[in-house]
Write a new protein. Structure first.
Lengths: 726, 80
């Protein structure tokens, strides 16, 4: 069979136009989620085989326009301009024809083949909106297909028409475009002639479009022209600026504003011809729902309830599979213990790989449920309302209403929370949110608080832990204000946001979304954790050659012999008791040996170096090592303390006794909790921060959080001692 | 700016008006225009958020939220 011909189809459209639903309807689960090169805007791609063609479907970011004001718009525009898809399908929301056509007119100005998918026309019709599709196609000189994305209607026809259009060979139609008023058209014409005369070589764009963009003062097109036109470039920009000035004087307003207005005028003409509205008597369900959910008095209580329900679901429902996964890993560990002879390899597998991967894998159910809830909020349209409710509060501390969701998710797990900051449009807001999100105390930190607060504050443990969570929120808020004043000055992005109508969520799209996130979590973070866990294991297990203070082998043999003789002499009824005594003594010896061995391992050496740093917090070198290993993942703090201080079994109670015995005071416990709250959350989060903001901000985040953690912990310990508290 | 011309932020819940002029800096102004908030457009104030900021308005059957400080840039004619 000859290789199928390959076509690229891009999906463009406004946010909330049903674009994702159509994309899901076309590609099903055969989709790949990644990033657009160099930016953190999500790129969704799907491949399907239809009509003997290999079709690549690219879901462009949802935008209202193609001006270069947001990354999403730049990404969408650059894809159409540079990657030249064979066809662009523009999803037109039938309920909102005017705004949809605004994007459409801009697409038509770029030289590309466009096809309309008139989506959700059924819904529009029931709202009394009737659209003459044939007329619309005729007026704009392009094919129009009716679709209902969530019922798979029109999808086949859409693809068929798209393939037909790609293969038609006809150039993109030049007529039926927006015509601007006389003065603007003259300026466009002049600039085109000037460009043709002054540019060396070919300019990268359709000349009319390039001229329009230059008159609109489009920074990106200016740069491209400068790069492409050679020595004539500056002259072209000068001429464009001169014409801009002329137009500005003539209209008493910026040309781009005038042109936006004229596009709307053009659209209004089309709408008059294709749209008929009948007076509707329908009850607006969406408005009725919104009246309750954003009510002056009920809005916040309901919001708090939803958040509470989400966390309840995440942690209570997630606890069951969490236990199963944990038990599964333990079972595998047991199998390895049984079948692999005692060796370095076995230790690596059990203490390094399994412990590392296991510590992450147990959070998978939580993450899945959390993301299910988040997707549910997003797909129903409630997320926009959450931002609407919270914007005032967030704005006070220099953050944006949309920052609230990532910060909230941070209580579950910082990794998806940092990823969720992508929903923020402005880069400054995004970086700011990513920087403060790790101060939200994630669930992995809870075990550390439970041990420390349980040990040192017994009855008041709950209050103390609540206080720690509160401290995290306060630090996040203050840091937000500080960063906004110093590092990322300027106002936060305007809060011009569409509040989409409430919609019934679709299970399929919820599942796809949830699965995408889970996969990202497992792949990207699982790898980091695995590597980190192995490093910690290596550091704590090497060098193998240790000068022990006592000969543990001989001691074990002596103990074994001593008890064996007693066991042999004792009557059979007492033997199990004595055997248990023997096992206890052997395990105590092994623990002592392990403690001594770690003390002399690389990790131990690092701990001794760390001692002067952690001592002001009231923490000894073992605590320092535990904190260091916690960089991999916070749960490891507990298990490392277990190994270093530990008592007999790994029970928390025994650890508590050992901690008290080590001379650690409640005040030091409090300082340590504050440190655990504030310092680098974990390698996976650091990796996520790097992915979202780049190396520089990642380094800053690590340095800032760790430095602040140290200062706060030292302030607590030293301040407390000054006040005479222990 | 003409003195005395009311802006969006002077409007009460449920009030309707026609936009006279959209002010503000370049990016914000353009974004507003692209969302359909341009002179001549008829809008209705749907509601204010519980903390009185931001506000929600309806333009062309679309619900849009704006901060009060942003709404202050939009001059309106409530009588039209």
């Amino acid at each position: 069979m000859p290789p199928a011909k390959h076509l690229t189809i891009a999906l463009a459209g406004n946010p909330n136009s049903g674009k994702t639903t159509i994309f899901n309807a076309i590609t099903g689960t055969r989709q790949k989620v990644g990033n657009w090169p160099g930016v953190t805007v999500e790129k969704k791609e799907g491949h399907v085989q239809r009509f003997g063609y290999e079709l690549s479907i690219i879901d462009l970011p949802g935008t209202y326009s193609l001006t270069p004001f947001s990354i999403e718009e730049i990404v969408a525009r650059d894809f159409v301009l540079d990657d030249r898809p064979d066809v662009v399908i523009d999803i037109i929301d039938a309920s909102n024809l005017e705004r949809s056509l605004y994007l459409a007119t801009q697409l038509r100005e770029i030289d590309c083949k466009v096809l309309f998918a008139l989506n959700m026309a059924d819904l529009a019709q029931s709202n009394g909106i009737r659209i003459d599709a044939a007329k619309l196609g005729e007026l704009l000189d392009l094919p129009v297909v009716f679709t209902v994305g969530n019922r798979q209607e029109g999808i086949d026809e859409l693809l068929q028409k798209a393939v037909g259009l790609a293969e038609s060979g006809a150039p993109a139609p030049q007529k039926r475009r927006v015509r601007y008023s006389q003065d603007i058209e003259t300026a466009i014409g002049r600039l085109r002639t000037f460009m043709a005369g002054n540019a060396e070589g070919d300019l990268p764009y359709n000349p009319r479009w390039a001229a329009i963009k230059l008159l609109e003062d489009d920074r990106i097109v200016q740069q491209r022209i400068l790069a492409a036109a050679g020595p004539g470039g500056p002259k072209i920009l000068e001429e464009a600026e001169r014409l801009r000035q002329q137009l500005a004087d003539r209209y008493d307003d910026a040309p781009e504003i005038v042109m936006t207005d004229e596009r709307y005028g053009f659209i209004a003409g089309i709408i008059r011809e294709v749209l008929t509205t009948t007076r509707r008597q329908r009850v607006d369900t969406s408005r009725a729902i919104d009246k309750v959910l954003t009510d002056r008095f009920l809005g916040f209580p309901i919001f708090v309830f939803f958040i509470w329900a989400m966390f309840q679901l995440t942690f209570s429902l997630g606890a069951y599979p969490m236990d199963w996964i944990g038990a599964g890993f333990e079972a595998v560990g047991g199998l390895i213990q049984r079948w692999v002879p005692e060796s370095l390899l076995r230790d690596l597998l059990v203490e390094g790989v399994l412990a590392g991967v296991g510590s992450v894998a147990v959070f998978l159910p939580n993450i899945l449920i959390l993301f299910f809830c988040i997707s549910l909020f997003e797909d129903t349209g409630y997320m926009a309302r959450a931002a609407f409710l919270m914007d005032r509060i967030m704005h006070l501390v220099g953050l944006h209403g949309k920052s609230f969701i990532p910060m909230l998710m941070g209580f579950g797990c910082n990794v998806p929370a940092v990823m969720a900051a992508r929903t923020l449009e402005s880069e400054k807001d995004r970086i700011l949110t990513v920087l403060v999100t790790p101060f939200m105390s994630c669930s992995a930190r809870l075990p550390v608080y439970l041990v420390l607060a349980g040990t040192f504050f017994a009855q008041r443990a709950g209050t103390v832990i609540f206080g720690i969570y509160l401290l995290g929120i306060v630090v996040a808020m203050l840091s937000g204000r500080l960063f906004r004043k110093t590092l990322l000055p300027g106002a936060d992005a305007p809060f011009v946001m569409e509040l989409p109508p409430y919609r019934m969520p679709m299970l399929k799209s919820l599942m796809i979304h949830m699965w995408d996130r889970a996969r990202m979590f497992i792949q990207k973070m699982g790898g980091v954790i695995l590597v980190g866990a192995v490093i910690v294991w290596v550091l704590s297990s090497f060098p193998r050659q240790v000068d022990y203070r006592q000969d543990y082998g001989a001691l074990r043999n002596a103990a074994a012999q001593r008890w064996q003789t007693q066991i042999a002499a004792a009557d059979p009824g007492r033997r199990p008791v004595l055997e248990a005594e023997l096992a206890r003594e052997l395990s105590e010896l092994r623990r002592q040996q392990r403690t001594e061995q770690i003390g002399q391992s690389y990790m131990g050496h690092i701990g001794k170096i760390l001692e002067p740093v952690v001592a002001p917090m009231g923490i000894d070198w073992r605590g320092g090592v535990a904190l260091l290993s916690g960089v991999v993942a916070k749960e490891i703090v507990v298990s490392t303390m277990g190994v270093l201080y530990a008592a007999e079994a790994d029970s928390e109670d025994a650890l508590g006794r050992a901690l008290r015995a080590s001379g650690m005071t409640p005040l030091a416990g409090l300082a340590m909790m504050a440190f655990v709250l504030l310092y680098v959350p974990c390698l996976a989060t650091v990796a996520a921060v790097r992915r979202e903001t780049g190396n520089r901000w990642m380094l800053f985040s690590v340095a800032y959080s760790t430095g602040l953690a140290w200062l706060v912990a030292v302030a607590i310990y030293q301040g407390g001692r000054l006040l005479g508290i222990t | 700016m003409e003195i005395g011309m009311p802006t969006l932020k002077d409007m009460r819940e449920g009030q309707e008006a026609v936009i006279v002029r959209v002010g503000g800096n370049g990016a914000l102004r353009r974004r507003l225009l692209e969302m359909g908030l341009r002179s001549g457009a008829r809008i209705r104030i749907e509601k204010y958020a519980p903390l009185r900021d931001p506000l929600e308005l309806v333009v062309n059957a679309m619900h849009v939220s704006l901060r009060v400080e942003e709404a202050a840039q939009i001059e309106v004619d409530p009588a039209a």
